[in-house]
Design a protein around this ligand. Structure first.
Ligand SMILES: Nc1nc2c(ncn2[C@@H]2O[C@H](COP(=O)(O)OP(=O)(O)OP(=O)(O)O)[C@@H](O)[C@H]2O)c(=O)[nH]1
Ligand SMILES: [Mg+2]
Length: 461
């Protein structure tokens, strides 16, 4: 049988999350996957590939039944890792899973390192690095939109978008290499114009991808939003209304919230850490003072600060005085279900500082416009990337750095050409640009970096 270029030992791990469940899966990958399974079953195991079958797993010493399991065999190379893979679906008992894994290890399997199955899939050419990273991101996604982006990358969207750019760079490199080899004279000015135009266009495409990281970073990391304001304006009520549950204590006693509370929710797929804060006022109460200090820190640490005002108050003077000096991104004028006492002039004053949304935490009115405005504020023009089937969105710092490295080299190559430098000099930068793009898909990564990337995966994946 022909071996893959990477001929590894057989690894085993529990692939499902810890805890109790309907089923729990143990995954084996490597040349001895079938033999080890036969030893586990104390019986010959010669299954049809890609088919699931029911088997009894006995205790090898007493012969008593340990569990009944559905076992699926994926024959190399048509498996996740590209090697022989066996997936043993036991009942989801941590005790049974641990015992089955222990038996497999005692028969000679090795416990898989985090991400080792995906590492093998990558090394055996089953997927490129960007796709393998997408599996990790898909597993760790906190919002449906994050999962959707990861799934698009897993399907190869980013790799496919990079492929034609890499091909165009290769064409340029081939052209220059042959020019260096065969042409005595300098490049024709017409040729230079053609090459610089081609480089410009490649730069535009790479820049577009790199620019998507502005939005991609937010989708990946989320934002922190602090709700601030005077006591009793309805900050905790707004916090609860946005979360959709009564997390914070609400009362008509000013100074109810003493400490910051935070919870995460999603706004159009972006994870938002919402922070409720103590109402700002000067107080003799030491605990309240400490709470207000925390409000200051929360507002400083936040990406977005929403200041809440009371629409039924006679003037905005008090409310504004308390939030003065804070970097307010948005005013939420709350309690709009009551008498609206703010004058047009008050609203103009506010609007001169930041956008204003009228809301009622009590009835829910105005909450959707508030969320839409928040989204616009954080996503900005990046919001256009949300259209399905659009360009790939970069969500990884590593990919962003590689794109920028490639852009830097391309711009250097372009300016060298324009300034009449030799093709050799431009070539060095074109090679560097191509290599940087290859970092994303893993073609030009050194072993050490590859192992560090896969170590961020979970065990069993
Ligand atoms: N009518 C009306 N009452 C509201 C609204 N939002 C909050 N309230 C009431 O206003 C009072 C204060 O609400 P909280 O949410 O505790 O106010 P807060 O800003 O968190 O106050 P502190 O924690 O003391 O700083 C409570 O009695 C709420 O029921 C609203 O939209 N409409
Ligand atoms: Mg409160």
């Amino acid at each position: 049988m022909s071996r893959s270029p990477y001929d590894f030992d057989t690894i085993a791990a529990i692939a499902t999350a810890p805890g109790y469940g309907g089923i729990g899966v143990i995954r084996l990958s490597g040349r001895d996957a079938l033999t080890l399974t036969s030893r586990l079953l104390c019986a010959p195991f010669d299954p049809e590939p890609q088919r699931a079958s029911l088997h009894s797993i006995p205790n090898p010493v007493s012969g008593a039944l340990l569990d009944e399991a559905i076992i699926t065999f994926f024959k190399a190379p048509a498996s996740f890792t590209g090697e022989d893979v066996v997936e043993i679906s036991c009942h989801g008992s941590p005790v049974v899973l641990a015992e089955v894994l222990r038996l497999l290890l005692s028969f000679g399997a090795r416990a898989a390192e985090p991400g080792e199955f995906s590492l093998r899939a990558f090394l055996n050419g089953r997927m490129d690095l960007a796709q393998a990273e997408a599996i990790r991101d898909l597993i760790h996604s906190r919002t449906a939109y994050q999962a959707q982006l990861a799934a698009r990358q897993l399907r190869g969207e980013l790799s496919q978008q990079l492929q034609p750019l890499k091909q165009r760079l290769i064409d340029l490199i081939v052209h220059f290499e042959s020019a260096v080899e065969f042409v005595e004279d300098d490049l024709d000015p017409l040729d230079i114009a053609r090459f610089t135009a081609e480089l410009d266009d490649i730069c535009v495409q790479i820049s577009r991808l790199a620019d998507s990281f502005r939005f991609g970073r937010i989708v990946r990391n989320g934002i922190r939003l602090a709700i601030i304001g005077r006591p009793n304006v309805g900050k905790s009520s707004l916090f609860n209304a946005l979360l959709g549950r009564n997390r914070a204590i609400v009362s008509d006693i000013p100074g109810t919230t003493r400490d910051t509370i935070s919870e995460t929710f999603a706004v159009h797929g972006i994870p938002v850490e919402l922070v409720d804060t103590a109402g700002i006022r000067s107080s003799e109460d030491r605990i309240e003072q400490l709470g207000v200090e925390r409000t200051y820190s929360a507002a400083t640490d936040a990406d977005i600060v929403v200041a809440v005002l009371d629409a039924s108050a006679n003037s905005i003077g008090d409310d504004l005085a308390q939030v003065e000096g804070f970097p307010v991104d948005l005013f939420a004028v709350n309690k709009c279900d009551l008498d609206f006492r703010l004058s047009d002039n008050d609203l103009h004053v506010l609007e001169a500082i930041a956008p204003v949304v009228k809301v009622s935490a009590l009835t829910g009115d105005g909450l959707q416009p508030l969320l839409d405005l928040l989204y616009e504020r954080v996503a900005g023009s990046g919001a256009v990337h949300r259209t399905p089937g659009g360009d790939a969105i970069i969500t990884s710092e590593r990919h962003f750095a590689a794109l920028n490295e490639s852009l830097g080299a391309l711009r250097q190559a372009r300016s060298d050409l324009e300034r009449g430098f030799t093709e050799e000099i431009a070539l060095a930068n074109l090679h560097a640009a191509l290599k940087a793009l290859g970092l994303i898909t893993g073609e030009t990564l050194i072993d050490d970096i590859i192992h560090r990337i896969f170590a961020t995966f979970c065990i069993g994946k």
